[in-house]
Design a protein around this ligand. Structure first.
Ligand SMILES: Nc1ncnc2c1ncn2[C@@H]1O[C@H](COP(=O)(O)OP(=O)(O)OP(=O)(O)O)[C@@H](O)[C@H]1O
Length: 298
């Protein structure tokens, strides 16, 4: 383990009775990384994170967080911020009181006004949590997680229920924290978000990693796609084009730029306008679909 390793998981097993939900999982997350832990439903992400966050004991294997046992709350808590999927705020406390309470428990120094302002909730400081909207509660969860700028930040489905402005604002705060060296562990079902934000992705299925690496490493094994339609009477398009049942053509390619150029040159030569032309790089969604197809086949 290097001195820059923030999370070190080695041979992690989590079992429930006879059921082995996490099977010998190993991974490291380095300082300053944004690591997205993704997976199919029931893959074992929550079970893994519960151990890493110190809420559950590993059945087997070793887990170190910032060099400590994650169960050692006194060592770990002041350095870690956690935004859970469901917050446990008392509904009759105000937003400011909740932030102050969680902030005090974290052991970090900060100002309640500052963090509420970060998530645009300053005007709701004296509103009871029970009277906040779903999106406002989510923003309060985030505010309490980033209180005191933790070294390590867990974001569990952070943008679910947030409108686009609030999402952008949240990612802006994360961006600034990362500039100061904060390490971020993200779980999300918004794959586009992971694709856009993550330095590395761990993709779990049935208790183990199916893939781990950068987004481009994960998507490299699958082709990108070009789609278009042709006007009636057009000549046959380049050989890689495959007619779809719906009158459109598709080209699956590992050489997106080259094949797109060839298609455009062909269209230009024949004076043809390609209707509904789109060229899309491989997305994480496609990697997920491939896992689904693979499991069905096996
Ligand atoms: N307390 C429990 N008792 C028994 N089985 C459990 C328990 N918690 C989780 N499991 C099982 O362990 C497996 C992994 O669950 P886990 O919640 O870790 O998955 P996940 O990747 O977070 O899934 P999702 O994306 O659906 O939330 C699932 O098959 C689940 O049914």
């Amino acid at each position: 383990m290097s001195t820059n390793t923030v999370i070190d998981v080695d041979g992690l097993d989590v079992t429930y009775g006879d059921f082995r939900a996490v099977k010998g999982l190993s991974f490291q997350i380095e300082r300053g990384e944004l690591y997205a832990l993704l997976g199919t439903n029931g893959a074992g992400k929550t079970s893994t994170l519960e151990v890493v966050e110190g809420h559950r004991k590993a059945t087997a294997g070793t887990v170190r967080v910032l060099g400590s046992d994650p169960g050692d709350r006194a060592a770990v808590r002041p350095r870690v911020g956690i935004m859970l999927q469901e917050s446990g705020f008392a509904p009759d406390l105000t937003a400011a009181e909740s932030t102050r309470l969680v902030g005090r428990l974290s052991g970090r120094e900060d100002s309640v006004d500052r963090v509420l302002d970060l998530v645009d909730l300053a005007h709701k400081a004296d509103t009871r949590v029970g009277q906040l909207s779903g999106g406002e509660k989510r923003r309060l969860d985030f505010a309490t997680a980033v209180y005191g700028s933790p070294e390590l930040l867990f974001l569990d489905e952070p943008t679910t229920g947030l409108d686009i402005q609030s999402r952008d604002a949240l990612w802006e705060v994360v961006h600034r924290l990362r500039e100061d060296g904060t390490t971020v562990v993200l779980t999300t079902h918004y794959l586009e978000e992971a694709q856009q934000r993550a330095d590395r992705v761990g993709l779990m299925h049935q208790g183990t990693f199916r893939h781990q690496g950068t987004v481009s490493e994960l998507t490299r094994s699958l082709p990108a796609g070009i789609r278009f339609s042709l006007p009636p009477g057009a000549p046959t398009p380049p050989a890689a084009s495959v007619a779809q049942g719906d009158g459109t053509y598709a080209i699956e390619t590992f050489e997106l730029q080259q094949d797109l150029k060839q298609l455009l040159d062909w269209a230009h030569t024949h004076g043809i306008e390609l209707d509904g032309l789109s060229a899309a790089p491989t997305r994480l969604d496609d990697v997920f679909r491939a896992i689904g197809a693979d499991s069905t086949a096996s």
